[in-house]
Design a binder for this molecule. Structure first.
Ligand SMILES: NC(=O)C1=CN([C@@H]2O[C@H](COP(=O)(O)OP(=O)(O)OC[C@H]3O[C@@H](n4cnc5c(N)ncnc54)[C@H](OP(=O)(O)O)[C@@H]3O)[C@@H](O)[C@H]2O)C=CC1
Ligand SMILES: CC(C)CCC[C@@H](C)[C@H]1CC[C@H]2C3=C(CC[C@]12C)[C@@]1(C)CCC(=O)[C@@H](C)[C@@H]1CC3
Length: 343
């Protein structure tokens, strides 16, 4: 382990990506290795078979790249604590922590609301954000938490807390980059119910909480060199989105694609491919973190002609609410640790 740490301290950038085995996360890894083949890339995934397949694909296009695997299930406190321990043994610094893993379980697509929206003035906004047409059925994890909250937010929060010693080091900066969504909605979030036990939009709630948490992390940790940002990859065809209409066979999706390319003329949020969706994640990799606006979400956008660009958009978050959520998360963390007898 000393040798491993010594090697990592020789200063190739260390990048960890959660949910790296598919979709936007995997595309990000491909693009990162294309830009900097010397990176030490760590794929943090819950399923090691899928992780190995992703590693093999990355090595096929970038032979000789340093691609490590880490078992991490963000919905499980035990898994996060074990993974963090392993990371601290392997690396002596962490330059980029991409918090990308996410779920939208049991999505229920409201066909009626969708067609009503299509013939309304709100059509472009509805297609860009998915607002008003999706609900989800959440479940409870073994730790007794709401699964969407645990997976998308709390597991990542705990990981950041555990890795603070690697992320906050004197004389250097690090970036924590969250894959949020334009679907983050303040109306779906409640400080009295941060896990969204009551409602039917846990996904929107978890993404809004992500935006709030990113602001809070900046408030608390910028002075120690840690900078947090959020991005939206746009609407991307991935496992997550295919699951929204599971009855749709592959060939029907291919038939719908030309319609999606057409819609892209009106809303450049239809990035559609994981490669395009990863644009803002890759852009942040090249930025000086001090120059970023903590209150902006960085959107991957693709024009009607297929050209990618990024756009910062101000988020609908306020400092007090972000601070209040931070306190709630610290309390939850405290409770979790107390129950495990680790505090
Ligand atoms: N697709 C879209 O249109 C949009 C996606 N996003 C966000 O982008 C991110 C990536 O999603 P996307 O690429 O679309 O979808 P994918 O389903 O392709 O990727 C999600 C990744 O997260 C992993 N994951 C899920 N649950 C866990 C868990 N408990 N522990 C560890 N890893 C987990 C998945 O692993 P496994 O393969 O094992 O399931 C997979 O690698 C998500 O945060 C999503 O919310 C945001 C806006 C739009
Ligand atoms: C087959 C039909 C003719 C068309 C159905 C289209 C819908 C399934 C999509 C239209 C807009 C999409 C969308 C999302 C999911 C799929 C749609 C509703 C998201 C909610 C996926 C997750 C996100 O985070 C959002 C940014 C997406 C917004 C657009």
């Amino acid at each position: 382990n000393k040798l491993l740490k010594l090697q990592s301290s020789k200063m190739n950038k260390v990048v960890l990506v959660t949910g790296a085995n598919s979709g936007v996360g995997l595309a990000l890894c491909e693009r990162l290795l294309g830009e900097d083949p010397g990176l030490q890339l760590c794929l943090a995934c819950r399923n090691m078979c899928r992780a190995q397949a992703a590693r093999a694909a990355l090595l096929a296009s970038h032979p000789g790249a340093q691609v490590g695997l880490l078992q991490l299930d963000t919905s499980s406190v035990t898994s996060v604590l074990n993974a963090a321990k392993e990371v601290k043994l392997r690396y002596s610094q962490m330059d980029y922590l991409y918090l990308n893993a996410g779920i939208m379980p049991n999505p229920q697509f409201d066909v009626k609301a969708f067609f009503k929206g299509v013939f309304s003035r709100n059509v472009v906004n509805m297609l860009a954000t998915g607002e008003g047409i999706l609900k989800q059925k959440d479940s409870i994890t073994a730790d007794g938490m709401q699964e969407v909250f645990a997976t998308n937010l709390f597991g990542h929060f705990l990981l950041v807390r555990e890795l603070e010693s690697l992320l906050c080091q004197a004389g250097r900066t690090s970036q924590v980059i969250w894959t949020s969504s334009i679907n983050a909605q303040q109306s779906a979030f409640s400080l009295e119910d941060v896990q969204h036990r009551q409602g039917s939009q846990p996904y929107s709630s978890s993404k809004y909480a992500t935006d709030l948490l990113s602001v809070a992390l900046n408030t608390h940790l910028n002075s120690q060199g840690l900078y947090s940002s959020v991005i939206c990859p746009g609407f991307v065809m991935t496992k997550l989105t295919y699951a929204i209409l599971p009855a749709f066979p592959d060939f029907l999706w291919s038939l719908v694609m030309p319609l999606f390319w057409f819609i892209r003329i009106f809303t450049n949020t239809f990035t559609l491919t994981p490669y395009n969706g990863a644009e803002a994640l890759l852009w942040l990799f090249h930025q000086k973190p001090e120059s970023l606006d903590p209150y902006s979400k960085y959107h991957s956008l693709t024009s009607g002609r297929g050209a990618n660009h990024i756009q910062p958009r101000k988020m609908d978050v306020d400092e007090d609410l972000s601070q209040a959520l931070y306190v709630k998360l610290l309390e939850l963390e405290h409770g979790v640790r107390k129950r495990r007898g680790t505090e």
